[in-house]
Design a protein around this ligand. Structure first.
Ligand code: NAD
Ligand code: LMR
Length: 338
């Protein structure tokens, strides 16, 4: 039997929480079409019967089921699940920051992760809901309080920042396929906390001096472009579904034994091998950094801070100030609820 067949036979039950939304639907479509996913559970507070019926007609491997909160829907969606992707929560409108979403999304993420702690405590948890800089610390605190936290299994999905960096730099990388340039984007997921490290791109490329600042700003504030263009109808959904799927596929492939998969993702540094060193260098405990994925999730956090340019060091300083506040806000929401 060839390796691909073996991979397809290994189980990877996956759940999407917030599956009826702007991200949830296209993300669920991509997961339904993925030959590596054998079971797909869709959960949302609305519309999952329709989304599930629609996707169920696709002739792919995954057996699909849909749940609403009634009749213990969350429990049924999560029981036996190995990978949980969470795009549940409200998106931005023009003029809002991601932090403005905290009031509503913090409680949504807390409640869903409480369900994970109860029904699938060993699952890989991929958090898309904003503000990621705070919702991931919230998830970590919920899992810690339940005594089931494993930092290797909790990921904030920052892949859209990487995807944007690949796309926006294409005219300088010269790659026909922009995704063929690996560009680490580190820090957090909002404005100045997003730090593209162009100097560590592979293959390397050069950005003209007079274009550098604009390019950095475009990656940092790419989300605003979409929010403004959608003019009140939400934020990035399709590009996020692509990015979320790309990250989920990497987690699944690594879990099945594929070697050498490295993706930037927002993790709790002290709980991942190599992370302590990055926590010490940055002064923050949650941070997006390239991570080597494996059968147990985040096997190793890779420190790319040595040898970054002066400009990148300045970007990192600006990142740290904002990121620390976002992290503490999430931690406090669980530790000292008001
Ligand atoms: P949306 O409003 O279209 O969809 C959100 C879905 O969540 C809705 O279907 C809603 O019913 C559902 N939902 C609400 N409360 C729920 C609960 N308690 N349990 C289950 N489902 C629930 O929004 P969207 O455009 O899909 O965005 C979702 C989130 O993703 C937003 O917070 C947005 O800011 C974030 N986002 C993150 C990134 C990233 O890079 N990490 C990128 C884009 C968007
Ligand atoms: C993005 O980067 O597109 C998302 O975080 C959504 C947003 O609010 O911009």
């Amino acid at each position: 039997m060839v390796k691909a067949d073996l991979q397809e036979l290994t189980r990877s039950p996956t759940a999407v929480l917030g599956a009826s939304g702007g991200i949830g639907q296209p993300l669920s479509l991509l997961l339904k079409a993925c030959p590596l996913v054998d079971e797909l559970a869709l959960y949302d507070v609305v519309n999952t019967p329709g989304v599930t019926a629609d996707l169920s007609h696709i002739s792919s491997v995954a057996k699909i089921s849909g749940y609403l909160p009634k009749d213990d829907g969350l429990k049924h969606a999560l029981t036996g699940t190995d990978i949980v992707v969470i795009p549940a929560g409200i998106p931005r409108k023009p003029g809002m920051t991601r932090d403005d979403l905290f009031k509503i999304n913090a409680g949504i993420v807390r409640d869903l992760v409480e369900g994970i702690a109860k029904h699938c405590p060993k699952a890989f948890v991929l958090i898309i809901s904003n503000p990621v800089n705070s919702t991931v610390p919230i998830a970590a605190e919920v899992l810690k309080a339940a005594g089931v936290f494993d930092a290797k299994r909790l990921f904030g999905v920052t892949t859209l920042d990487v995807v944007r960096a690949e796309t926006f730099t294409q005219k300088y990388t010269g790659q026909k396929n922009p995704a063929h340039t690996k560009i680490p984007v580190i820090g957090g997921h909002s404005g100045e906390t997003i730090v593209p490290i162009f100097s560590k791109a592979s293959p390397s490329f050069t950005i003209p001096d007079d274009k550098y600042d604009d390019l950095i700003k475009r990656v940092q504030f790419g989300g605003d472009e979409v929010v403004q263009a959608k003019d009140g109808a939400g934020s990035a959904t399709l590009s996020m579904a692509y990015a979320g799927y790309r990250f989920a596929e990497s987690v699944i492939k690594a879990a099945k034994g594929e070697k050498g998969i490295i993706e930037p993702t927002f993790i709790y540094l002290p709980g991942v091998v190599g992370g302590e060193e990055i926590a010490e260098a940055t002064g923050v405990q949650f941070f997006s950094t390239p991570v080597e994925l494996g059968p147990n999730g985040a096997e190793k956090a890779i420190n790319i801070l040595d040898g970054i340019t002066d400009k990148e060091s300045r970007l990192l300083e600006a990142c740290k100030a904002g990121l620390q506040g976002n992290i503490l806000k999430g931690v406090d929401f669980i530790k000292s609820p008001v």
